[in-house]
Design a protein around this ligand. Structure first.
Ligand code: AHG
Ligand code: MN
Ligand code: MN
Ligand code: MN
Length: 322
């Protein structure tokens, strides 16, 4: 089986970029080990702290953030980092070529139930026209991402990665500690009969979204003329991984649940990397109005509606009006 580094080299990924990916993955292996040890490694439960978005941080949110932060800031190739668990941009090495944004631990509510969780990351070229610690380092649209990926800590630890070419799947070989290529090109079929959405938010959606979901659950006698199945992991990494493996559509649409927030998921370190992975597997990713990858970020922790997955189904969502 092909190993990660030779695969990246064959894809002509620049050496320094490979080094940054390796650095992120070194932290992921440590997180994976701690997760597999569960209560034995003292990682379960909550801390007493909140992040800038008002979420109570779990112990594993803090630990994963610290592991990634420490290792990335000691890399000679990283000029700055941004994280869900850091209020501001943190500067690394002046003149280093890359910046990295990450969601250190996605699916925090799954930690204590032994459910699917993951780490999401994205790498951009550093900007020379703004200081290393400026939030403007990350004012780049998702189309400028040089690499995007996630590590899923499930029954197996998996890496899903794109460096601009295909979306590839690697499996962590716990016996020798390396990621091995186990699926060369992931591909999302354009049609599907499976959707993922948090139905408890129904009353907060707009009329068009309500109409779309009503059509799906109307089944074979409804306007779509077929039965749809629903799945919800409560962790974007798990839900989008299912879409990448067996098709489907994932939605965290526009809602009015929290005043001043268009929806729940964050553009920089959740929506953008997942959108790049989905598009490079033949799927689509939109907010309902715009292609996610075209959005120019206005804030580090900006939230956006997310609809991604099977291309024809994403089109159906966009075209369905109440
Ligand atoms: P995080 O754990 O990084 O804060 O992200 C949680 C996100 C995402 O993983 C998931 O899709 C969504 O929250 C789940 O939201 P619900 O609580 O509405 O299920
Ligand atoms: Mn969180
Ligand atoms: Mn998340
Ligand atoms: Mn998180």
């Amino acid at each position: 089986m092909k190993r990660l580094i030779p695969t990246l080299r064959a894809d002509n990924v620049p050496l320094e970029l490979i080094m940054v990916i390796r650095t992120i993955l070194a932290a992921s292996k440590e997180i994976s080990f701690r997760v597999s040890q569960g209560a034995l490694s003292g990682i379960l439960g909550s801390s007493l702290d909140e992040n800038i978005q008002g979420e109570t941080q779990k112990k594993l949110d803090i630990l994963s953030n610290q592991l990634l932060k420490d290792i990335l800031l000691s890399s000679p190739d990283v000029r700055a980092i941004a994280s869900e668990e850091e209020d501001d941009v943190v500067a690394g090495i002046e003149d280093a070529p890359y910046i990295v944004a990450f969601d250190p631990l996605d699916g925090s509510s799954n930690i204590d139930i032994n459910g699917q969780i993951g780490t999401i990351f994205t790498i951009y070229a550093a900007r020379d026209d703004v200081p290393a610690d400026s939030p403007l380092q990350f004012a780049q649209p998702g189309t400028a991402q040089l690499a995007a990926g996630y590590v899923l800590y499930g029954p197996s630890t998996l890496l899903v990665l794109t460096t601009g070419g295909p979306t590839r799947l690697y499996t962590l070989d716990q016996t020798h500690g390396g990621y091995l290529l186990t699926q060369d090109e992931m591909e999302i079929e354009p049609d599907t009969a499976e959707f993922a959405i948090n139905m408890s938010n129904q009353r907060f959606w707009n009329q068009d979204t309500q109409a779309y979901i009503n059509q799906l659950i109307a089944g074979e006698t409804g306007p779509r003329g077929k039965r749809f199945n629903m799945r919800w992991n409560g962790a974007m990494v798990g839900d989008v991984h299912r879409v990448l493996q067996r098709g489907g559509i994932f939605l965290y649409p526009s809602d009015t649940k929290n005043p001043g927030q268009p929806s729940k998921l964050r553009l920089l370190y959740e929506a953008n990397p997942m959108a790049m992975l989905v598009e490079n597997a033949g799927g689509k990713a939109v907010t309902g109005e715009d292609r996610i990858l075209d959005i120019m970020p206005s804030d580090l922790h900006q939230r956006v509606p997310v609809i991604m997955g099977a291309a024809n189904e994403v089109d159906e969502f966009v075209n369905t009006k109440a």
